[in-house]
Design a protein around this ligand. Structure first.
Ligand SMILES: [Zn+2]
Length: 362
């Protein structure tokens, strides 16, 4: 919080100078009072500026023209011309096999690159299930992961209703699978420490590069030229404002998001959601568990939300972040979590009016 630090610094300097000037006229005790009062005043001004910038900010972004109000429902969206093999556990979804050419269809558009988009309009989630350690994802496990995506999507819509944000989440009816004949470089895992709030946390070195390499490798195996070609072709067959790519490695590890402004491959943005959360990458010792909290948390990163754990709540403007904010990860279940004002603002929602909490349905 740069503003707060500046307020303290300015207050200390102003108080100190004033005390120096008034030195001949006052007793030392009175001088300390002067310094204290000036510092307090400067801090209050700083807090006021912070609170005003957040509360008074008009909507940062304009929603897509045809955006509909959130309805709390997550529907399936057809990938036009996709040929797939139905999932044996959940026949609504199919595993990708090929793309049928579209007659007289427009050529695929270039992927957007640069800054993160707002979480507004029609958002479609697309998954790549990557096997690991010689174990592919089973239809059953994929169906369970989709159930978690439904829960994650419904939760986002519930919060969108509360903030009156026009958001409609859909799931692609076609998903991608690559088998697990590699170990994801398991034998040469190198760890590094990344800034995390006020401290540092362990992260697999070059995690971003590795995830992008995984995507490129998967693109080749699925018959595309590269990751960009794959994403562009799919983009042109999904009727949505934003696509969210989810990579599900069948391993334990630390989930991460690669938003547009952090990617090393222009336009390729995705969330890596491990089948189990752990600080260090390792083979699964139990069956996969796709956590809807992880899905939502990483997805929000793709739309500009920042982490809010590791820093004291008091460092945020009053009533802008609570311990239940999804980007703080204090609670384990979605029903305990919410999108607080600061996070809502970061993902481009209009934060002038916050609705009451909506009790969860499940
Ligand atoms: Zn995070």
């Amino acid at each position: 919080m740069a503003t707060r630090r500046w307020a303290w610094l300015t207050g200390a300097l102003a108080g100190g100078s004033l005390a120096w000037i008034l030195r001949p006229h006052f007793a030392p005790g009175a001088l300390i009072l002067v310094v204290g009062a000036v510092m307090l005043f400067a801090t209050l001004i700083g807090e006021l500026i912070l609170a005003l910038t957040l509360l008074r900010s008009t909507p940062r972004v304009v929603p897509p023209a045809d955006a509909q109000p959130a309805d709390g429902r997550v529907d399936l969206l057809e990938m036009t011309g996709a040929i797939g093999e139905p999932n044996q556990r959940d026949l609504r979804f199919s595993s990708f096999r090929a793309l049928r050419p579209i007659e007289n269809g427009p050529p695929p558009e270039r992927l957007a690159s640069g800054s993160t988009p707002p979480l507004l309009g029609r958002i479609t989630l697309i998954s790549l299930f990557a096997g690991r350690d010689h174990r592919p994802w089973s239809d059953d496990e994929i169906a369970q992961a989709h159930a978690a995506l439904f829960r994650a999507g419904a939760w986002i819509e519930r919060e969108a209703i509360r903030w009156k944000a026009p958001v409609n989440v859909t799931l692609s009816d076609t998903y991608f699978v690559v088998d697990g004949d590699d170990d994801g470089g398991a034998n040469d895992v190198e760890m590094t420490f990344e800034p995390e709030g006020d401290g540092v946390g362990p992260l697999e070195a070059r995690a971003v590069t590795k995830a992008l390499t995984d995507m490129s490798r998967a693109a080749l195996r699925l018959g595309f030229r590269d990751a960009v070609d794959w994403m562009e072709q799919v983009r042109s067959r999904i009727d949505a404002d934003s696509l969210v790519w989810l990579l599900h490695p069948r391993r334990a590890g630390r989930s991460l998001a690669i938003p547009l402004d952090l990617t090393e491959l222009a336009g390729v943005s995705l969330a890596v959601c491990y089948a189990r959360e752990s600080s260090f990458p390792e083979p699964l010792s139990r069956s996969p568990f796709t956590d809807p909290v992880t899905i939502v948390h990483e997805l929000l990163h793709l739309f500009g939300a920042s982490d809010k754990y590791g820093v004291p709540l008091r460092s945020y403007p009053p009533r802008s972040v609570s311990s239940r904010d999804i980007m703080r990860l204090n609670e384990f279940g979605l029903s305990q979590l919410r999108i607080d004002r600061q996070t809502a603002w970061e993902i481009g929602w209009d934060v002038r009016e916050e609705g009451p909490l909506i009790p969860p349905r499940d």
